[in-house]
Write a new protein. Structure first.
Lengths: 269, 269
C-alpha cells in the first residue's frame, strides 16, 4: 500500500470502512472524490473493536460487491489487509483515547474505542491521507478520532458527513441487515426519540433529564433502550443543563441487534 | 515544524532527546548526519514519562548550550516545543505499548513507557522521519519503540547505537550530574555487575539465576540494586534458561539517583 501511494497525487482522501458498503459510505466516497486527487478506501473488519460476544464473525462481508461499487465510484486505491497483516503474532500496542471513549458505546463495548483508535492510527500511518471521511452516525467514534488525531499530531483533517437515512428516518447501517421485518418496522422509533429531544430543546427546554424523558416516550416495545442522553459532541460528557452545541444520542436493542443514532441540537439562544 | 520540514531533503533523520546533551547524544547526531540529507533533533523534557515523585522539575536543562552543540554538529532543525504545545488542556490520548513496557523500568515508573510511546508517536507524526536514532543504554525504551513503530505501521527505521561510556565503564547519562564524588566513584560497579553476567554466560552458564547472582556480587554499598536480570532484548521477558541473543540489564540506586545500564549477551553456542 505504501508503494502504491508513494507517488499519489495530493490531496489524498481516505475513507475507512468495514465493507458491506451502503449509501452512507458512498456519500463519503463521493465527497472524497469531489475534493481529492487520489481517493483511497480501506475495507477491514477490525477484530480489535469487537468484544468477545459481539458480531465480528457474522458482521456482513461483501468484498466482491464492495470492490465493484468502489470501482464504479471512481476510487483509485482499495486497502483490504487481512487480520494477520494488521495484527501479527506479538502485536501488543494500543492507542487509548481516554475519557471521550469511556461512556455510552465505550461502556457497552469495553475496548471498542481503543480498537477504533488503534486501527485508525495504523491506517492513517500507512495511507498518510490529507483528509479522512467519516459518517456522523458514529458520533462517538468521530469524537474519539478528533481527540486522537489532535492529541497525536497526526495532521489529518477529519471530514464528517451527515447520517444518510431511509425514508422513514432509520439511519443506514450495515447492521440493519440483521433486522427481521417486525424489527425493521419498529426501528425508526429510535430516530423519532432523538427528534423529540431536539424538538423540546428547540422549544426552550434546558433540563437534560426532562428532554431525555420526552424522547424516551418514543422508545416502546419491541425496542429496548440501551442509552438515551444529551452530550457535548466533543467530549461525550452529559451536563444536567443543556448547552449548545449539544448532541442527542441514543441506542436501542431490537432482539440481539443494537442500533445507534444521534441528532445535533443547535439553538439560537 | 511541519512547515519547516515540508521541503526537507530525504532521507530525514530524527534524534529525539530531552536535552542536557552529552557525548552519547552527539554520537547519535553524528551517525544521523553521516547518512541523512536532513537532520532534525527534538529537545523536550517530556512530563508524561516522569512519575509524580520523580525528577521532572530538576532534570538538567541546558537549552542554550544544547543549541550551540547542535549547530556545531551540523543539525538542520531543532524542534523544542513547550509543554502546553505538546499537551494542551484536554489532551487525553495515550499510546500503550503493552507487556514490553510493564516490567523493570515500567514497574518502577508506572506510566513511563506510555509517556515515552505517546511522545515519540507525536514526534514521529510531526517530523515524519525516515530514521530515528536512540542509544542502547535505554534498552527497554528501544524495545518499546520497536514494538510501537512496528505495531502502528509508522514506517520508521530505528537506529540504535552502542552506549557511550566513561573510561571506568559508567554509561553516560544526564542523570550522572546528580552524583556526588563518592557516588560517582562507586557508580561503575553497575557496569561491572553486567560484565560479570556476560562473562559467566560466555563461559557456559545458562542458568539465569546463577548468572545474575554472579553479577549481584559486584553491587555493594553504597549501590542498592533496583533490578538485575537477563532478558530477551525484544520482549523484556526473563527466562530461567538463558537463550541468546539476550540482554543483561541492571539498575541501582545511589542515594536518590537511580542509574540504569545493560550489556548484550551473544554467544556462539
Amino acid at each position: 500500500m505504501r508503494a502504491a501511494l508513494a507517488g499519489a497525487s495530493r490531496p489524498l482522501g481516505l475513507v475507512p470502512t468495514m465493507g458491506a458498503l451502503h449509501a452512507g459510505h458512498l456519500a463519503l466516497i463521493h465527497r472524497a472524490r469531489s475534493e481529492s486527487a487520489t481517493v483511497a478506501v480501506s475495507v477491514f473488519v477490525n477484530p480489535l473493536q469487537f468484544g468477545p460476544n459481539e458480531d465480528f464473525e457474522r458482521y456482513p462481508r461483501a468484498f466482491d460487491d464492495d470492490v465493484e461499487q468502489l470501482r464504479a465510484a471512481g476510487v483509485d486505491l482499495v486497502y483490504a489487509p487481512d487480520v494477520t497483516t494488521m495484527y501479527p503474532a506479538g502485536f501488543t500496542t494500543a492507542v487509548d483515547p481516554g475519557p471521550v471513549g469511556e461512556g455510552y458505546e465505550g461502556a457497552l463495548r469495553p475496548g471498542h474505542f481503543r480498537g477504533v483508535a488503534t486501527v485508525c492510527t495504523k491506517l492513517f500511518a500507512t495511507v498518510a491521507p490529507d483528509r479522512a471521511y467519516f459518517g456522523a452516525k458514529d458520533a462517538q467514534q468521530v469524537a474519539v478520532l478528533r481527540q486522537v488525531v489532535g492529541d497525536l499530531d497526526l495532521g489529518i483533517e477529519l471530514i464528517v458527513l451527515p447520517t444518510v437515512r431511509e425514508a422513514d428516518g432509520l439511519a443506514l447501517s450495515s447492521r440493519n441487515a440483521y433486522l427481521d421485518p417486525e424489527q425493521r418496522a419498529a426501528a425508526p422509533a429510535l430516530h423519532r426519540a432523538l427528534d423529540a429531544i431536539v424538538a423540546v430543546v428547540r422549544n426552550g427546554e434546558r433540563n437534560a433529564q426532562r428532554a431525555v424523558e420526552r424522547g424516551r416516550a418514543e422508545l416502546q416495545t419491541p425496542l429496548r433502550e440501551a442509552y438515551l442522553d444529551v452530550v457535548d459532541p466533543r467530549t461525550f460528557v452529559a451536563e444536567p443543563e443543556i448547552r449548545t452545541p449539544a448532541l442527542a444520542i441514543g441506542s436501542a436493542w431490537l432482539g440481539t441487534t443494537r442500533l445507534i443514532d444521534n441528532e445535533p441540537i443547535e439553538t439560537s439562544s
